[in-house]
Design a protein around this ligand. Structure first.
Ligand code: HEC
Length: 135
């Protein structure tokens, strides 16, 4: 009888521990939000590249993509915290934001689609830089 009681208690404690661990893990790491923010960044880079491939680099086409990416880039710190190195992660997120500001300045500036393409490549560099360090 006593053994049965201990076994039942063990089960209850085990389940409780599993549930709390899961809740803690979920509240610290929202993987769906992390992957989702990255999926959206990719979507917008894809939209910009598709427009450029189609010979379009006007502000009306590209600016909504850039604005959405800027909004996402500003949230990467809180979305991914805690990382192994939050300071470096923050710097890499700032690098993305600066590259996006450069791209924003180039679209519709009259410097042509080639300049816009270069600015997009510079944005891509900041994506890869962070991925090399954190992914
Ligand atoms: C400041 C850091 C940082 C920057 C900048 C960054 N990423 Fe990421 N990215 C990550 C991390 C960390 C992961 C791994 C996330 C995971 O495994 O859930 C990731 C994963 C991804 C993934 C895979 C998502 C998945 O389903 O697991 C894609 C796609 C992606 N990033 C696209 C981009 C693009 C496009 C850019 C630039 C416009 C970018 N990222 C910029 C940190 C960054």
């Amino acid at each position: 009888m006593r053994q049965f009681f201990l076994l039942a208690l063990g089960f209850v404690i085990g389940i409780f521990a599993a549930v709390s661990l899961y809740a803690a893990w979920q509240s610290r790491q929202p993987p769906n939000v992390q992957a989702g923010s990255m999926a959206l960044l990719s979507y917008h880079v894809g939209g910009i590249k598709a427009a450029l491939d189609g010979g379009r680099c006007d502000r009306g086409t590209l600016q909504p993509h850039v604005a959405s990416m800027q909004a996402l880039a500003g949230q990467l710190g809180p979305i991914f915290a805690p990382t192994g190195d939050d300071a470096q992660f923050g710097e890499r997120a700032v690098a993305l934001r600066e590259a996006l500001a450069g791209l924003d300045a180039d679209i519709g500036s009259g410097r042509g689609c080639a300049a816009v393409g270069e600015a997009v490549a510079a944005v891509g560099e900041t994506c890869s830089g962070c991925h090399r360090a954190f992914r």
